[in-house]
Design a protein around this ligand. Structure first.
Ligand SMILES: [Zn+2]
Length: 358
């Protein structure tokens, strides 16, 4: 329907590294990207689903950081629980990119703590991380038309579901809107990250941030699945489905007010607010106390402006300088839409938090 494909086009095989997946075929593969100290293969799980109709090729990837699990379940459910009888195009599903990190339940590759998500597009004769990245990138990323890469907050913190995207690129902007997230944080992303390098290589890609490490968080997984379905409708993989509108959307650009509030005292954190909550200027977000809870030694952290808590500390201990809360300002229209949403949800769940996500 879009992107140069039409109902009249013939579906094409998907090929990678000598393997061919024909239209109407689905393949589960364990694809070698490196070797262990014992010389055994390190293999990433990949599922390729090639539809019976022509359409775009989309990759879905997760766990580039090995302890960020929510996206794994998103990718698995898309690959194995969804009905693909009417799929137009091809889905390349990579639930665990960083296999060594996943096995160790660590963010980084446990080989000199390298960050796989700073190693793309990789290189065939460089470091271990870049060789793995190169195998992944050439086989499964470059052949695609679009990409969705799933992450969570770093260990010890959590964030509301949001999209990170370089909205200066029209195709990336289209994906970021189609994903049906309330919050889009604009920016090209760090050098070596999958979304930036894929986008620069002509494969428009967005990152989805959702929740915390080491957990499956069902409500966030369900919202992300809604986002995937919406993107697949937008790009023409499911041309008869509707694109989902999240109710309100704010795009946070570099020039907008946003900040990581940091602790000015070391201590134990009593967090008063949660991710996805609206706070007003001057509201106390948390207090930092000493082991004796001495009243004179309580340090409050207050909101310097009215905004939305996108990310927040969960592990309740800080040194001075540690981040406690990622706060972003909202424009007036978004603020009114959000206040309206809170009012209507409060009238349904009297006494509950405005925006309970779990
Ligand atoms: Zn990550």
């Amino acid at each position: 329907m879009t992107d140069g494909t039409s109902d009249g086009d013939q579906p094409e095989p998907f090929t990678y590294d000598g393997t061919q997946v024909d239209p109407g075929e689905a393949v589960n593969d364990r694809y070698r990207i490196s070797e262990t100290y014992l010389g055994d293969p390190i293999r990433v799980p990949v599922t390729i689903i090639n539809g019976t109709h022509a359409g775009p090729t989309v990759f879905l990837s997760a766990a580039a950081h090995g302890d960020e699990l929510n996206g794994i379940e998103v990718v698995r459910e898309v690959a194995h629980d969804w009905d693909h009888a009417d799929l137009h195009g091809t889905l390349v599903c990579l639930p665990v990119l960083n296999v060594p990190g996943f096995l160790a339940q660590e963010r980084y590759l446990p080989i000199y703590d390298r960050d796989l998500n700073r190693s793309f597009p990789g290189h065939e004769s460089s470091t271990s991380a870049k060789r793995m990245a190169h195998r992944l990138f050439t086989s499964f990323v470059e052949p695609c038309d679009f990409g969705l890469d799933f992450h969570t907050s770093t260990r010890g913190r959590t964030n509301m579901l949001h999209v990170r995207a370089d909205t200066d690129d029209p195709a990336v902007k289209r994906l970021s809107h189609a994903f049906s997230s309330n919050v889009v944080i604009d920016g090209s992303g760090p050098s070596g990250s999958l979304r930036r390098e894929a986008t620069e290589a002509g494969v428009p890609t967005i990152t989805i941030e959702m929740g915390k490490a080491h957990r499956f968080q069902r409500s966030l997984i369900d919202r992300a699945l809604t986002g995937v379905a919406s993107v697949l409708a937008e790009v023409g993989c499911h041309p008869d489905s509707a694109v989902h509108w999240p109710g309100w959307r704010t795009v946070i650009s570099d020039s907008d007010e946003k900040t990581w509030l940091r602790a000015d005292a070391g201590g134990i954190v009593d967090m008063k607010r949660g991710r996805g909550e609206l706070v007003h200027e001057g509201d106390v977000i948390c207090t930092i106390t000493n082991p004796f809870k001495e009243k004179d030694d309580i340090v409050p952290v207050t909101a310097p402006f009215t905004g939305l808590i996108v990310g927040v500390l969960e592990n309740p201990v800080v040194y001075p300088g540690n981040p406690v809360c990622h706060l972003v300002a909202l424009d007036d229209t978004t603020l009114r839409a959000l206040e309206h949403e809170i009012e209507s949800s409060l009238s349904i769940f009297a006494g509950g938090r405005g925006r309970g996500e779990e």
